[in-house]
Design a protein around this ligand. Structure first.
Ligand code: PEP
Ligand code: MN
Length: 338
């Protein structure tokens, strides 16, 4: 199993004392790979603390000198890039609010053209895989070769226990398409301290490549994201509590091989059934056209979905799965009938 990348440090660099105390605590944890510290903070409201700027970079560099931990910060403009490099930053991350804007991403890629520094690209705030992929393409075109992703969850209109909904399928698909390391920012997904461990374990179970965790020597006093930051000691405990998993399945394991073959057979049956269903859909479409009937008959669709939800629930299937599957099937069916 590859050693996970653990990025830890405060949401914001607030003072020299704060970053040094936090960094010293983190330097005692052997798993910690990189020290993070926000220097320019993208805030929702203008009165909020927006980071210490250049002065903070001097303190971050001092923390690097004292602890020997490499340092990483967020950049959103070419000026940030220039200053961060001046203060010997080892890696950069692009924030979720910046990744939504292709103009900003291009400016950053241009600013980094001759500097092949590691760049971590957070997912955009909105669940838009193409926007995330596009950011990777802009940096790749600029010649950057040390790229990784940070999964920090997505804004979501439904109520959820998370600050940013994980939607794991999106980073999994990114990893499939790009084959880059994906780090899970458990702090911004959770928005609180209680869920951190579960989300970290899930990230390991899904074979992601590391964690980003906001740590502060005195979290309750933090100027930003106080609810989700933890002490370095709490981080050490959290890391200890995680169970490792191997992402390399043993090809010769007969139990796994038998179960996989069963899944392959079931998938095959599912595909045959889907093809049959679409075929019947086409016939219904033809029939409705001849008789001047509308393609969508809302009452019938509502009835079908509610029946399936009931049957699904009896079978122990989640509402989310049934809705997703049948909404996708229904949409494909409508297309076939138009
Ligand atoms: C951060 O890491 O402090 C931050 C601002 O994150 P995000 O861009 O994910 O909101
Ligand atoms: Mn934060």
């Amino acid at each position: 199993m590859k050693t996970p990348i653990i990025i830890a440090g405060p949401c914001s660099v607030e003072s020299e004392e704060q970053i040094l105390a936090t960094a010293q605590g983190l330097a005692r944890i052997p798993e910690v790979t990189l020290l993070r510290g926000g220097i320019w903070k993208p805030r929702t409201r203008p009165e909020a603390f927006e980071g210490r700027g250049e002065e903070g970079l001097k303190w971050l560099l001092e923390a690097k000198r004292q602890t020997r931990l490499p340092i990483v910060t967020e950049v959103a403009t070419p000026e940030h890039v220039e200053l961060a490099l001046k203060y010997e930053i080892d890696a950069l991350w692009i924030g979720a609010r910046t990744v939504v804007n292709p103009f900003s991403v291009q400016q950053l890629a241009d600013a980094l053209k001759d500097v092949d520094i590691p760049v971590f690209i957070k997912n955009p705030v909105s669940p838009d895989l193409n926007l995330w992929l596009g950011a990777f393409e802009r940096f790749q075109k600029a010649g950057l070769t040390q790229l990784a992703a940070i999964h920090r969850g997505f804004s979501y209109y439904k109520e959820s226990p998370y600050r940013n909904y994980p939607m794991w399928e999106i980073p999994i698909e990114l990893k499939r398409r790009l084959d880059v390391p994906v780090i899970t920012d458990i702090s911004h997904i959770c928005g609180n301290r209680t869920l951190l461990r579960d989300v970290a374990q899930k990230s390991i179970d899904l074979a992601f490549d590391g964690l980003m965790v906001e740590c502060h020597h005195d979290p309750d006093q933090a100027l930003t994201d106080a609810h989700q930051q933890i002490t370095p000691v709490a981080l050490a405990e959290l890391l200890q509590s995680l169970s490792p998993r191997s992402s390399q399945a043993d090809e010769s394991d007969p139990v796994l091989a038998a179960l996989r073959s069963e899944i392959d057979d079931i998938d095959d049956e599912l595909l045959q059934l889907l093809a049959r269903r679409m075929n019947v859909s086409g016939q219904i479409g033809e029939y409705k056209r001849e008789r001047g009937l509308t393609v969508v008959q809302m009452d019938r669709w509502k009835q079908i979905l509610s029946d399936h939800l009931e049957t699904g629930s009896d079978l122990g299937l989640s509402k989310e799965l049934i809705e997703k599957v049948f909404e996708a099937i229904h949409q494909a069916s409508i297309k076939r009938q138009l």
